[in-house]
Design a protein around this ligand. Structure first.
Ligand code: GSH
Length: 229
């Protein structure tokens, strides 16, 4: 049974450090921290300069990925785990609808798996196909676009039927938005997906989402300044 009180028994809130890169999937974990109102520090990992492959960062995240959330003396990786942790640490934040049944809990997990396990690799094939092949990138990208069309059509129908992924707002909608925006940055045509196209504007109704976008813009500016110096 999840408690209503904060449940930060693992650590003091001030011991949270999120390793992130603007516009990477760490955006979802950053949003969750903001929405939950937890105290945390941010640490930029410059993926554009391959900083994730440095020995310093390997000591934090052995696979060289963001997000990584330091929780006291330990580190959590994988958005699905980080979001689950934040929701459990701050139940009042309602990152997910209050779980009432085993099925509702499993549906939450299904949404996280859909975004992280199914859609994320597909949008990577669109935005960064060179990460997936030593050969020609065009066939990889074109296959990823075909898969994205199928998966985004499914997501669009679900939003049309239910309003939000789980029927009421949850952090899964923010995760889905990140995946969709990544595909769009990679040139994916969103015109046929009216519900997905509306998602960014709908999400701006949440102050934490607007704050997240601003924080990421500031991070981009900090990276540009770092590179210029
Ligand atoms: N399954 C992981 C995926 C993490 C991931 O692939 N992060 C990307 C950014 S979106 C990354 O760090 N890429 C750097 C690299 O692979 O070198 C999760 O959901 O957190």
């Amino acid at each position: 049974m999840i408690q209503e009180e904060d449940n930060m028994s693992d650590t003091a809130a001030s011991d949270l450090v999120l390793h992130h890169f603007p516009n990477a999937c760490s955006q979802t974990s950053l949003f969750a921290l903001e929405e939950a109102g937890l105290e945390y520090e941010l640490s930029l990992v410059d993926l554009a300069s391959d900083e994730q492959s440095s020995p310093r960062y390997a000591a934090i995240s052995p696979l060289g990925k963001v997000p990584a959330l330091r929780v006291g003396a330990t580190v959590l990786t994988e958005n699905a785990a980080i979001l689950t942790y934040i929701a459990a640490a701050k139940p009042k934040s309602r990152l997910f609808p209050a779980p009432t049944t085993p099925f509702a809990l499993a549906e939450r997990q299904a949404g996280l798996s859909f975004c992280g396990g199914t859609v994320h690799p597909i949008v990577r094939g669109i935005a960064a196909p060179y990460r997936l092949t030593d050969g020609e990138t065009a066939p990889v990208r074109s296959r990823a676009v075909a898969l994205a069309e199928k998966n985004f059509a499914f997501a669009d129908r679900r939003l049309a039927e239910r309003g939000w992924w789980l029927g009421e707002w949850s952090v899964i909608d923010v995760y889905l938005n990140w995946a969709m925006q990544t595909a769009v940055r990679g040139g994916f045509d969103l015109t046929p997906y009216a519900e997905l196209a509306r998602l960014p504007e709908r999400l701006t109704e949440r102050p934490a989402f607007t704050r997240t976008m601003r924080i990421e813009e500031e991070s981009l500016a900090a990276l540009a300044a770092r590179q210029a110096s």
